[in-house]
Structure formats: structure tokens, C-alpha cells
Design a protein around this ligand. Structure first.
Ligand code: SF4
Ligand code: SF4
Length: 353
């Protein structure tokens, strides 16, 4: 099974949209090893995602988990996969060498040209020049690493420029999401500006397609490929069944935004999973009532319980922000998809089908 280990709630940065609890707590070795055992206890593969706060503040725990799980995998024959999301500031050659050997997938939280708008050090200093250097180092060791950008309203003017910048740095895979939660406030004019930026991004993706360059920009490309493959993004929301977060004290929850809500505790690494609660949660009807009659219902992330909860406080209720954003993304992606298909149907099929 897959677990997301919150190795610490502490962080050396203070991003303006961060929703983590600001009460620094670290995971103990005891919890760490119990969590590793739990990951190996169910299914045919064990998956760990190192997360925080900033997980590299607890590098020694990552080394210990990798050693422990690699041995366990050898002994049991169960496949072990690992990944990490990091702000990148503490990456170094020694860590990256070990990470490359362990085949650790790394997602670098990096807002590109908008980095210093929201992502600053805890002491208020900018982070862009440090993270740019670390990004180059990361790509040297792990060329498949991805960049994960979170765009808050004040960063919208840098959106398209950031996609280009991250591509120029050498990332082949970038994920752009908009910032949610009580710390951000989207206005209609921000959303209009976002549309312009998404259209500019689509033109850039067309340019790359014409040059036959492979580059995956999740927000737009996933909408095109989901449509071609007939996949419903709603099916990606598996609250409590696909990727369970483990807090520093070993408590299990269905998804990150539920952490701290006692009603949603699904067990702990010492006593195991409360299966009855997981089954109960799985029965939830994922599609919000307001979406059932919508033509886009199968193409929209309306059922992401985590995003819904962050926006509306209710995992079954989608926000007007999410609805507007999804409509915009689908329209722009469909237009781009049509154009790319007309340019080169074979290449289009190869990339998206
Ligand atoms: S790097 Fe991540 S955990 Fe740290 S402040 Fe920023 S968003 Fe929060
Ligand atoms: S576009 Fe809006 S109404 Fe339609 S499925 Fe998505 S969130 Fe629901």
C-alpha cells in the first residue's frame, strides 16, 4: 500500500499559501519503521512518499527508511517504490546520489518565475536563486524529476513565463495547480488574467509540438489525454484507499487536507487501519450533486475530496472557483488538442492516446 510520510511539520520556508500546521513536530524512528512495515503489509507493492513540512529537514529518516525498505523488499519479494516532494533548498550531492540509487522520484515545489512572489524563506529572504541552482543539480542526478508549481492569484502574471522557464531549465514534466485554501482569494479579474496565461501556455505547447519536443505540462496535457483515452479524472480521487498520509505521531488520515480532523482518523501505524471506516469512506458518492447534470462531469476534478474540502469545507461540495477553473482548462485544452491533431495526427496519437 501507499503511504505519505509527514516526516516533520517543520519547514525552513514560509510560503504565503501554505496550509501546514505551524506547530513543528518530527516523526520518531519508531513511527517511521512501523509505517514502513504497514506499507509492506498489504498488496503486492509498497509505496512511500516522503513529505512534510520540508522532508529534507529529516534527511536521516529518509536514509533509514530507504535502507530498511530496500532490505525488506529483497526479503519479501514485494516491490518498493518511493518518491518525495521537496522545496529543494536542502538538496545536496550526497543525498541526490543516494536518491538516484534508490530510484527516488522527486517532485520539486518550484513556482518558476513566480517563486519569490509566494515562496520565501522563513526569515523573509527570497528563494529563487537558491532553488534554481538546486534544480540544476537535481536534474543532473535525476533527469526525470518534475517541477510542481502552485499558482496563487498574485503569481498569475508569471504563469506562462514560468512554464517556459522550467522547460528551459531542463524539466520535461511540470505540474501547475492553482492555490486553494483560506489564505488565497481569487477574484474575477484574477481568473480572467489566468485565462490569458493559459492561452499563452497553450501556444507555447503548440510551438514545442511543432518542434517535436517532448514536454508534459500536467494541467493542459492531462485534460487532452484523459479525453482521448476516455479516462475520468474523478476516478483518481480515492480518499483513504490509494495514498494515506501518516502524521509525525503515526496517525492515519484519508488525505492531507483532513489531517487534524478527528472524525477522519483511519487508525495509526501501531494498531493498523480501521477497515470499517475506510469502507464507509469508499461508499461516498464522489460526484457532488451540483455536478450530476453537467456535460463536463466526466472531464472535471469536481470529486477531489481534498480540493473541495480546502475550498468549501465539505469534501462533497465543489467551489465556484474550481468550477470556473475546470471549465476554462477543458475549453483551452480541447482547442489545443484539435489544433495539434490537425497538425500531425500520428504524433498526436503517440503523445496523447
Ligand atoms: S515549502 Fe511547502 S511546507 Fe514549506 S512553507 Fe512552503 S508550502 Fe509550506
Ligand atoms: S464544470 Fe463545474 S458543474 Fe461541471 S462537473 Fe465541473 S465543477 Fe461540476
Amino acid at each position: 500500500m501507499n503511504l505519505t510520510l509527514h516526516l516533520t511539520d517543520n519547514c525552513n520556508m514560509d510560503c504565503s499559501y501554505c496550509i501546514r500546521e505551524k506547530c513543528p513536530k518530527d516523526m520518531s524512528e519508531e513511527v517511521l519503521f512501523k509505517a514502513c512495515d504497514l506499507a509492506f503489509s498489504k498488496g503486492t507493492r509498497a509505496g512511500l512518499c516522503f513529505f512534510g513540512g520540508e522532508p529534507l529537514l529529516k534527511k536521516e529518516l529518509i536514509y533509514k527508511a530507504l535502507d530498511y525498505c530496500e532490505k525488506k523488499s529483497e526479503k519479501t519479494g514485494i516491490r518498493f517504490d518511493c518518491k518525495m516532494t521537496t522545496n529543494g533548498t536542502l538538496l545536496d550531492e550526497e543525498f541526490l546520489d543516494r536518491a538516484a540509487k534508490a530510484n527516488l522520484g522527486i517532485g520539486l515545489s518550484f513556482d518558476g518565475r513566480a517563486q519569490d512572489v509566494c515562496r520565501i524563506f522563513a526569515n523573509g529572504k527570497p528563494t529563487s536563486s537558491v532553488v534554481e541552482e538546486k534544480a540544476k543539480l537535481l536534474l543532473k542526478y535525476i533527469p526525470k524529476a518534475s517541477a510542481l508549481a502552485t499558482i496563487a492569484p498574485q503569481a498569475v502574471p508569471y504563469y506562462a513565463e514560468s512554464v517556459k522557464y522550467l522547460h528551459d531549465l531542463g524539466f520535461k514534466n511540470v505540474s501547475f495547480v492553482i492555490a486553494y485554501g483560506h489564505k488565497v482569494n481569487w477574484t474575477d479579474s484574477d481568473l480572467d488574467a489566468l485565462r490569458v496565461q493559459l492561452e499563452e501556455t497553450a501556444s507555447y505547447l503548440k510551438e514545442l509540438f511543432l518542434k517535436k519536443e517532448t514536454f508534459y505540462m500536467s494541467a493542459i496535457d492531462s485534460k487532452i489525454s484523459d479525453c482521448i483515452r476516455g479516462r475520468n479524472p474523478a476516478e483518481r480521487c480515492h480518499l483513504g484507499t490509494r495514498q494515506m498520509p501518516v502524521t509525525p505521531d503515526g496517525t492515519l488520515y484519508p488525505c492531507t487536507s483532513f489531517i487534524g480532523d478527528e472524525k477522519y482518523i483511519l487508525g495509526n501505524v501501531f494498531d493498523g487501519i480501521d477497515e470499517a471506516k475506510v469502507i464507509e469512506l469508499a461508499k461516498r458518492s464522489a460526484t457532488p450533486e451540483t455536478c450530476r447534470e453537467c456535460d463536463l462531469v466526466k472531464r472535471c476534478t469536481n470529486s477531489c475530496g481534498c480540493a473541495n474540502r480546502m475550498n468549501t469545507g465539505n469534501e462533497n461540495q465543489v467551489s465556484p472557483l474550481q468550477c470556473t477553473y475546470e471549465r476554462m482548462l477543458i475549453e483551452i485544452s480541447d482547442n489545443l488538442g484539435e489544433e495539434l491533431y490537425q497538425i500531425d495526427p500520428d504524433r498526436f496519437a503517440k503523445e496523447f492516446a
